[in-house]
Structures are given as structure tokens and as C-alpha cells.
Ligand binder design. Structure first.
Ligand code: B1M
Length: 212
């Protein structure tokens, strides 16, 4: 089996022990971290489809998510690199209230860190008050990045973004994303930026902060 197919199968099957070995083997064989990551993301889509059709249930989704996280632990240093300087200030990142999905958020975090931000990760299920508190208690916050994966938590994202924008917290930009989020929704809730994936989130983050 080609190595990327093997990586994909490990994630789809939630092989939390074997995944690190296979990811390391892919790296050793010269596969780029970006290609390995793409195979892992594709696998999560398959997992989502299987959940939708009732082929698998929450425990299997959880195992796949854990396998993805284990694989990411190996890829992260390669994706962030050593050029990280924090020159663009601090980014507060998290998943909005009511939402426990963190894989996409973690990927966005890695990519934003790689372009020169210091990351403060608030985790998942972050209520609006916690976002505000984190912005106030940290130095030089230039970016807030809100992730959301559920249609049912889109109103929580709206509340968080609108509360930040209506506050007297200046000198920062707010970027949003996640599967159900669109540019149109980002405009409606008053976010400064939207991105569909982790790579373009990093590009957008730089663009927004440099324009301040
Ligand atoms: Co859930 N889940 N889940 N889940 N889950 C989805 C999202 C779903 C689409 C599955 C499905 O039905 N096909 C569906 C949502 C439907 C909807 O809202 N329309 C769903 C559901 C229904 C649920 C529950 C309600 C199930 C239940 O209990 N009945 C429940 C909700 C729990 C809660 O949050 N309160 C639930 C639970 C879970 C698990 C806990 C089991 C697990 C999450 C574990 C974890 O994250 N640690 C899980 C998983 C794994 C998934 C799927 C299968 C995979 C998500 C994922 O990690 N994708 C997912 C199906 C799918 O996505 N196809 C699904 C890979 C990741 C790389 O992609 O997160 O989209 P993603 O991130 C992308 C972009 O969206 C973007 O960049 C990333 C890629 O580069 N992005 C940003 C993300 N954040 C961004 C922020 C940005 C910019 C871009 O700027 C700030």
C-alpha cells in the first residue's frame, strides 16, 4: 500500500498507536508534511461521511480524532519550522461555546504560529466572556481566531465576534472559519476575515494584521 494510503487508513480506522509509526515512516521516505497532512484531512472527511450514513458512531469518530491528533504531534514541528518569530503579535484562538471540535482549530493554530504569531489557545467550548478576558489579560493581542464546526454553534460565534467588535478592545482583527462558516456569514457577523482552510487562514491573518 502506498504510504499516504496507509496514513489515511490509520486515521479512518482510529489506529491511535500505529499512526505515529506510519507518519514517521512517510517522513523518512521523503513525503512532505503538507502531503501527509492532506491525507489525514481527507481521512477525516471519510470519517464524517461514514458518520452521516450511520456506518460508524461517536466512539469511532473519537478514535479517528485521537489518531489525527497523534499524527499532528509528529507533523507540527515540521510545519511550524524554526522561523517562528512572534513578530506579528499574539493570536488568541479557540472553538466557540458549545462546540467540542478542535482538529481544524489546532491546524489553523499551527499554520498561524508558523507565519509569526505567538499563540494562546483557549481550547474548545469557549464562552464569550472567556475570549474577552483572554484579550484583556494578554499583551499585544493583534488577532482573535474563532473556529466553529457545528451549524448549531454559529449563533455563539456571532455573539462572540459581535461582543469583541462592540467592546473598546482596539488594535486587533477577528478571523473566523470552520466547515459551516462562509465569507457571507463572516460579513454578516462583522468579522474582519474568513478563511476556508488552515493555510489560507495564515495568509489572511498576516494580511489583516499588516493592514492595521
Ligand atoms: Co462531529 N460533527 N459531532 N465530532 N465531526 C461533524 C462536524 C459533522 C459534519 C459530522 C457529520 O454529521 N457528517 C456534524 C456537524 C453537522 C452540522 O452541524 N451541520 C457533527 C456532529 C453532528 C457532531 C455531534 C452533534 C454528534 C452527536 O453527538 N450526535 C457532536 C457534537 C459535539 C459538540 O461539539 N458539542 C460531535 C462530536 C464529534 C466528536 C467529539 C466525536 C469528534 C471531534 C473530536 C475533536 O475534534 N477532538 C467529531 C468529529 C471528528 C467530526 C468530523 C468527523 C471530523 C471533524 C474534523 O476534525 N475534520 C466531522 C465531519 C467532517 O468534518 N466531515 C464532524 C478535519 C478538520 C481538519 O477539518 O475541522 O473542518 P475542519 O477544519 C478545517 C476547516 O473547517 C478550516 O480549516 C480546517 C482545514 O484546514 N477551519 C478554519 C476550521 N476552523 C477554522 C478557523 C479559521 C479558519 C479556517 O479561522 C479562525
Amino acid at each position: 500500500m502506498a504510504i499516504l494510503e496507509e496514513v489515511k487508513t490509520m486515521i479512518e480506522d482510529g489506529e491511535t498507536k500505529l499512526i505515529t509509526e506510519v507518519v514517521q515512516k512517510a517522513i523518512d521516505e521523503g513525503t512532505t508534511p503538507e502531503d501527509i497532512l492532506q491525507a489525514m484531512i481527507d481521512a477525516m472527511s471519510v470519517v464524517g461521511d461514514r458518520f452521516s450514513t450511520g456506518e460508524i458512531f461517536i466512539p469511532e469518530m473519537l478514535m479517528a480524532a485521537k489518531a489525527m491528533s497523534e499524527g499532528m504531534d509528529i507533523l507540527k514541528p515540521l510545519l511550524v519550522g524554526s522561523s517562528s518569530t512572534n513578530a506579528l503579535g499574539t493570536c488568541i484562538i479557540g472553538t466557540v461555546e458549545g462546540d467540542l471540535h478542535d482538529i481544524g482549530k489546532n491546524l489553523v493554530s499551527v499554520m498561524i504560529e508558523s507565519v509569526g504569531f505567538h499563540i494562546i489557545d483557549l481550547g474548545v467550548d469557549v464562552p464569550t466572556a472567556r475570549w474577552i478576558e483572554a484579550i484583556k489579560e494578554n499583551q499585544n493581542v493583534t488577532l482573535v481566531a474563532c473556529s466553529g464546526l457545528l451549524t448549531t454553534t454559529m449563533p455563539a460565534m456571532k455573539e462572540t465576534v459581535q461582543t469583541i467588535k462592540a467592546s473598546d478592545l482596539n488594535g486587533l482583527k477577528v478571523i473566523v472559519g470552520g466547515a459551516p462558516i462562509t465569507q457571507e456569514y463572516a460579513n454578516v457577523i462583522g468579522a474582519d476575515g474568513y478563511s476556508a482552510d488552515a493555510g489560507s487562514a495564515a495568509v489572511k491573518a498576516v494580511e489583516l494584521v499588516k493592514s492595521m
